[in-house]
Design a binder for this molecule. Sequence first.
Ligand SMILES: C[N+](C)(C)CCCC[C@H](N)C(=O)O
Ligand SMILES: O=C(O)CCC(=O)C(=O)O
Ligand SMILES: [Fe+2]
Length: 351
Amino acid sequence: MWCRRLSHLQSRLQDLLRGRVTCWAPQQPNFKSLFPLAIHWHHTASTSLNCVWQQHEDHFELQYANTVMRFDYVWLRDHCRSASCYNSKTHQRSLDTATVDLCIQPKTIRLDETTLFFTWPDGHVTRYDLDWLVKNSYEGQKQKVIQPRILWNAEIYQQAQVPSVDFQSFLETKEGLKNFLQNFLLYGIAFVENVPPTQEHTEKLAERISLIRETIYGRMWYFTSDFSRGDTAYTKLALDRHTDTTYFQEPCGYNNYDRAVINTVPYDVVHRWYTAHRTLTIELRKPENEFWVKLKPGRVGAKLERCQVLFIDNWRVLHGRESFTGYRQLCGCSLTRDDVLNTARLLGLQA
Ligand SMILES: C[N+](C)(C)CCCC[C@H](N)C(=O)O
Ligand SMILES: O=C(O)CCC(=O)C(=O)O
Ligand SMILES: [Fe+2]
């Protein structure tokens, strides 16, 4: 009898969790006697809402919008949006999380239309809209569409024929900026064309999407092969693929030239690192993984021509150059990742 009831109960619970049952009352009057811990399954009045929830000993379980979510009670108290717990003007928490009892459980839970009301032992009431819970739950986040990233090699990128964005459109239209950022997020590189070949215009472009990051090389850098800095970038030498500023606590990404002495791990770990480094380097140096771009010069002699600006996501794409002869000048800057992603999000992109 016990195992039958149990299997019967389990199958009903599974039905419930799979959303096949929208409202279900225990079959036997002495249902509570079956389990030491009564399982409170609650359901909505209208089946259209199709919301089922259960108050467990240590968490709250909610099935809604085809998602089964589980919430810790401290989390439910901590994320309260009541006037005393949350500053809706600044979107900041006023509640001191450290004052929430880690063993807190709601005294009552009530669903009214699409709002759940949790009443806590001290009488405080927290209300959650069901859609807010889906959007902010761990299970809801997992389903969220994340910004796709297209992994590419030279052939894939060339075939993609990714359009550059024109300088004017990038600076003056939301569409132009959004298209640029969409490509940048997808591929990790993106071009702006027809840019007047001046540091000021390059700076204007950069400030359109981010704050400019001041580094030891200055805010906007304008450099040539004059060895004005003790760095091979300021020479005519070829530079193998790399990213810059790896010696900073908040680097753009990693770089073999600037790598300091490895002395933070014992020799056997060092050897594993070299093996991994070799695997990565071999992959990076495969010709099919190299995309060569001949940057259009903006100034040839006294002649000024509009040129292009290349944005690189240093966390995804490395850069380098061939050795060269003659005079060559490059202007650019480093951007702060948070601000680039923030601009993309403000335009509705998943960044
Ligand atoms: C010339 N420019 C200012 C662009 C940066 C030079 C960076 C040099 C250094 N090797 C590094 O990788 O950080
Ligand atoms: O000269 C170039 O094209 C790039 C040099 C470089 O990698 C750098 O300055 O960080
Ligand atoms: Fe570099």
